[in-house]
Design a protein. Structure first.
Length: 351
């Protein structure tokens, strides 16, 4: 597409991190893109030199730090910000949104209703009515009804490098799926669809737990057999957790589930994998968190998933061992031993 082509509607993208900029570059191949960054100095720097971590950004991308401009210029908007900032974003964006807007988020996290001074690592139990997916949060905070999500094995660095990949656009509305596919797909990026919005969202969230565990295994020097054990038993665990939250197990068997699980459990490009790897190498968690440029959503998800498993009394041995390793300073090798000693019965008991 010609970079001066303005015949197609502008697509909004909120969030100028690694995944946001990679997604903006892909979208810009099909339509003009308006990329929002919260800090004015970031916007100014991108206007002067449109580069992110050494990679050039597409000339079809323009930049703003005004949410009102995004809403007024774009009917289709992709919010891609960390889950801890998502509600604040929606509250700030909501006054400018109208029922005609379509929002397709790319945030792999959950919003939790808990005490004002309570910390995630202190959660003991969580029921479904205390949990919101990002699509549910959008619906609560705005007048927008046509909502979707994008999820899959989409490591930002590989996408930015132009490597072949695929994703899933999920929504209850065919119109949202069509809109997402029209602006995302290309010769190197396949886009599949799903109407199970809840299942696809939960698949994208829960696999982050296993990515941390995979990083630990890699840091300890274990190989493919151990990783295969983690991925297969990890899949069983996230399907079990997804089912008690109301998701269809089939959502976890496609790109957004097993596909994303394999990618993030196998790649040092994953932030969650990196947390586990560095932990296994002896670094303290607080130092790792402080040192990382972007949020590893899996840390919060471990706490949430453990509390869900406690409330519904379902087995989650990997999650619980990981919680002890992360937040109760249990030795990582002892955590692995607990997993190996867990009395699993059937091979595939979750379908």
């Amino acid at each position: 597409m010609n970079s001066n082509d303005t015949s197609k509607p502008t697509v909004g993208l909120i969030g100028a991190g690694s995944f946001g900029t990679a997604l903006a570059n892909m979208l810009a191949e099909n339509a003009p893109v308006l990329l929002y960054a919260r800090r004015p100095e970031v916007v100014e720097a991108l206007r002067k030199k449109p580069v992110f971590k050494g990679r050039p950004l597409h000339p079809n991308i323009s930049y703003t730090n005004e949410l009102e401009e995004v809403a007024h210029s774009c009917n289709l908007i992709f919010p891609v910000v960390p889950s801890e900032n998502f509600r604040e974003l929606m509250q700030n964006l909501s006054p400018f949104l109208r029922p005609y807007h379509i929002l397709i988020h790319g945030t792999k996290g959950m919003n939790i209703k808990m005490g004002q001074n309570q910390r995630f690592r202190e959660l003991e139990t969580l029921s479904r009515d205390q949990i919101q997916t990002m699509s549910e949060l959008i619906r609560e905070e705005s007048v927008v009804l046509r909502i979707g999500c994008v999820a899959g094995p989409n490591l930002a660095t590989e996408i930015a490098d132009g490597q072949p990949a695929a994703t899933v656009v999920a929504s209850h509305f065919d119109e949202v799926i069509r809109a997402g596919k029209a602006v995302l797909r290309s010769t190197r990026f396949r886009v599949h669809d799903s109407h199970d919005l809840l299942g696809i969202e939960l698949a994208g969230v829960l696999k982050n737990i296993m990515a941390i565990a995979a990083g630990i295994l890699n840091g300890l020097g274990y190989g493919a057999n151990t990783l295969a054990l983690l991925i297969t038993r990890g899949l069983a665990e996230i399907v079990t957790l997804g089912k008690v939250l109301g998701a269809d197990p089939r959502a976890f068997l496609g790109l957004a589930g097993i596909g994303d699980l394999v990618a993030t459990c196998s790649s040092p490009l994953s932030r969650n994998f990196t947390v586990g790897y560095r932990l296994a190498k002896g670094e303290k968690l607080d130092h790792i968190i402080t040192d990382m440029e972007e949020v590893a959503e899996g840390l919060k998800t471990v706490c949430i998933a453990r509390a869900i498993a406690n409330y519904y009394k379902v087995p989650a041995p990997i999650t619980k061992a990981l919680y002890k390793t992360l937040f109760e300073e249990m030795d990582v090798t002892r955590g692995l031993r607990l997993l190996m000693e867990y009395p699993f019965t059937e091979d595939v008991e979750y379908i």
